[in-house]
Design a protein around this ligand. Structure first.
Ligand SMILES: [Zn+2]
Length: 166
């Protein structure tokens, strides 16, 4: 049975850092459906206009549940960088590089990165949101079958500077 490979076949849901992404388990499952389509989205309140991130099921400003999905920018700038050397969650490499990212001046949040060595990401560097495939989670199917739920999440990657050949 898959799950988290380091557990050698024993799936421990409480140690899984990623959410279940299907409609039965997750009220913002459309966020993950959109990620699978390559879209980075969140919810916006149709009543008061407030856009929230992460996506919500109820507007934190006016408590309306009249929300719509809107696309977010996927490119931005690293405002701060932190390198996590200990206590890195299962499934992540050490060091785990985190960045406070400003996406096109529209939204700011802390996000994990991938594909970077310590010291490689600097404040001011250009970064982009990319979709990352997560190990599928096993769940009970019909007639005792074990099915696998495909999962995705989002991480930052450094945008390599252009400039030919360097
Ligand atoms: Zn609202």
């Amino acid at each position: 049975m898959k799950g988290i490979s380091i557990l050698d076949g024993k799936y421990a849901v409480s140690m899984d850092m990623y959410p279940l992404e299907d409609q039965a388990s997750n009220m913002v499952y459309k966020f993950y459906d959109h990620l699978k389509e390559g879209r980075f989205t969140t919810t916006k309140c149709k009543d008061c206009g407030v856009r929230s991130f992460p996506p919500r099921v109820i507007c934190p400003e006016c408590y309306s549940d009249n929300l719509e999905w809107v696309d977010l920018p996927t490119e931005g700038t690293a405002l701060a960088v932190a390198e996590q050397l200990v206590g890195v969650p299962i499934g992540f490499d050490t060091p785990l590089i985190h960045a406070l990212v400003d996406l096109s001046g529209e939204i700011t949040f802390i996000c994990a990165t991938q594909g970077l060595k310590a010291g490689e990401l600097k404040v001011g560097d250009k970064v982009k949101i990319v979709v990352k495939k997560i190990e599928p989670v096993p769940f009970d199917g019909k007639k005792g079958a074990i099915n696998e739920m495909e999962r995705v999440f989002f991480v930052l990657e450094k945008v390599k500077s252009g400039g030919g050949g360097g």
